[in-house]
Design a protein. Structure first.
Length: 151
């Protein structure tokens, strides 16, 4: 992966995690000042809007690194030695799909199910992603060799 891809991906994931976490805190962790309020904090709609607007940029980031990073690791077998990457990749589709369906679902039961699926898959994704990145940065941990792109 190029440096631009790495920086763009990390930036997208960090911003998505922050906006999603802050939105969740505002929605579930705060109480409104007015008992008839629809939102718990004045910036809650802005956090949700930022999260939703950033989502396609983050999906693009994963599409951008699929060819040079994800696919070669999956096909070479190196991913078996690096389960954090597999867990990150496995959580990606349910996270994206549930996030999209959460925005278009109108029935309360469907929205609740999509919210639970989105939170569970997002928690798995963020946890696995952090482990994947931290393990790469720690020089004391042995890393599997990268597959050669030269054939």
């Amino acid at each position: 992966m190029s440096r631009a891809q790495v920086v763009y991906l990390h930036l997208c994931v960090v911003l998505m995690t922050i906006t999603g976490g802050v939105f969740a805190w505002m929605k579930y962790g705060m109480k409104p000042a007015d008992e008839f309020a629809v939102i718990n904090h004045p910036t809650q709609p802005w956090m949700l809007a930022a999260h939703v607007v950033l989502a396609p940029l983050c999906v693009f980031a994963f599409g951008w690194i699929f060819g040079p990073h994800i696919a070669p690791m999956l096909t070479s077998g190196a991913a078996r030695r690096r389960p954090s990457g597999l867990w990150t990749f496995a959580a990606l589709a349910p996270m994206v799909l549930s996030g999209y369906l959460l925005q278009v679902s109108t029935a309360d039961g469907a929205r609740r199910a999509m919210a639970i699926a989105h939170w569970a898959s997002s928690a798995l994704f963020v946890g696995a992603y952090v482990v994947h990145v931290v393990r790469r940065w720690r020089p004391s941990m042995p890393m599997p060799p990268r597959p050669s792109s030269r054939a």
